[in-house]
Design a protein around this ligand. Structure first.
Ligand code: CA
Length: 413
């Protein structure tokens, strides 16, 4: 390499670096969340004033808020997005296994009298209380490791869902100032507390002091925690003496349009439409309304669900969670596993697959309301509309087959 080339290269390097520096200087840099917001300590002072205005004692607030710090891990956990969608059988196998069933049976036996008393008072059967307990915290084994005040304060300050978490933080302060729980208490990263993982607003509104010691203790008092869970369910519309639903067999050629929680019919109407129990017997002759849920789409298991299924959904909006609660409750009292065939392979869609599907649907005029990689209600409606137009069973359920079909169907075609 001669000198001329050498200095030429140096010049190129110089101008390349200069160009990068200029680009960096003129490109608008998005401000990070922390830079756009009030500093944490200043922000927390605002919370203190608001809590005080709500009547919480200044002395208590001074002590309780003294150690409150933002927790980086909590923000990470809040922003984490699963790479793959949940599938029905994977979710169910994760939620319900032999150990969880045998431990639940043991808990039902150990707390038999107390659960019976709670059931008489609130109308929620012991097996359901035990099922929530099992799914929420593995019967009290995992109640969370994050200080509730710091966790909710972190998320309230963070800005992504600040309004919701500010109300959780204020509710937590209210509960603690009343002496229900210590201000240093720990819970989930999102502030859910105790054996039944009540978020602070639920705790504030529905927890019960059943043992009469003046505190609503969801950690150490079995009477308090069972009564609180039952009270919450009862006040959310639990129908005494009723179950949640059952696995069913759909008749040949059943119109998938009739499935979904928005379609409600009497049991006798469903009987007339050919719905049967899994063993082929007719549905029980009872007077109630029910809907059909297909958690794994048209080719998966089908469930007839009653009012209490909807009550479970007020506790947790996931249709998979609600089926898992109902099924675990049944298994705890000797119910059989589901009878529908497991698919050999469950193909999970990745976030990127879902995003692509959303883009393709929108391009074809089926508006998914953006392509965020999450299958929400609007995306399900868009899938349903595409399926109808393509004369497929319109279950609104995303599959790899559907993604492939969209890839091969030209926009407007
Ligand atoms: Ca108590």
């Amino acid at each position: 390499m001669n000198n001329t080339t050498d200095s030429h290269m140096t010049r190129i390097r110089f101008w390349t670096i200069a160009a990068i520096l200029i680009l960096l200087a003129i490109t608008p840099r998005p401000l990070s969340a922390a830079e756009t917001e009030v500093p944490f300590s200043q922000w927390l002072e605002g919370v203190r004033q608001e809590a005080k205005a709500k009547g919480i004692s200044g002395n208590f607030l001074k002590t309780a808020l003294a150690g409150v710090q933002p927790i980086k891990r909590v923000v990470e956990l809040d922003r984490r997005q699963p790479e793959f969608t949940l599938t029905f059988w994977r979710y169910l196998n994760n939620a319900i296994n032999d150990k969880r069933i045998s431990q639940g049976k043991e808990m039902l036996a150990r707390h038999k009298d107390l659960l019976q008393k709670t059931a008489e008072r609130y109308g929620v059967q012991p097996r359901f209380i035990a099922a929530f307990w099992g799914l929420e915290t593995n019967y009290g084994r995992t109640t969370g490791v994050f200080p509730v005040l710091s966790a909710t304060a972190t998320l309230a300050h963070d800005g992504r869902r600040s309004r919701f978490f500010r109300s959780q933080l204020l509710a937590a302060l209210t509960i603690m100032s009343r002496g229900d729980v210590d201000h240093r208490v720990k819970g989930s990263w999102a502030g859910a507390m105790g054996n039944f993982q009540f978020i602070p607003t639920t705790y504030k509104d529905f927890a019960v002091d059943a043992d009469g010691d003046g505190k609503r203790d969801m950690w150490n008092s079995f009477p308090d925690m069972f009564a609180s869970a039952a009270n919450y369910l009862s006040r959310s519309g639990w129908q005494k003496g009723w179950t949640w639903g059952r696995e069913i067999r759909l008749p040949e050629g059943f119109k998938v349009d009739l499935t979904g929680l928005n379609v409600r019919k009497s049991i006798s109407r469903w009987r007339a439409l050919g719905i049967k129990q899994m063993d082929g017997k007719p549905l029980p002759d009872v007077q109630t309304e029910a809907s059909i849920v297909l958690p794994a789409g048209y080719n998966g298991p089908a469930f007839l669900v009653y009012k209490n299924y909807r009550t479970i959904l007020t506790w947790n909006r996931s249709i998979l969670y609600a089926i898992a609660i109902g099924h675990l409750a049944d298994r705890l009292v000797g119910g059989a596993p589901f009878k529908s065939n497991h698919p050999d392979v469950e193909i999970r869609l990745s976030r990127n697959d879902i995003k692509e599907m959303q883009r393709l649907l929108s391009a074809q005029g089926f508006d998914t309301g953006g392509s965020d990689g999450v299958v929400g209600p609007q995306t399900r409606l868009a899938i349903k509309a595409f399926q109808k137009k393509s004369q497929l069973p319109a279950d609104g359920y995303p599959t790899m087959g559907l993604v492939e079909r969209l890839r091969n169907s030209p926009p407007g075609g």
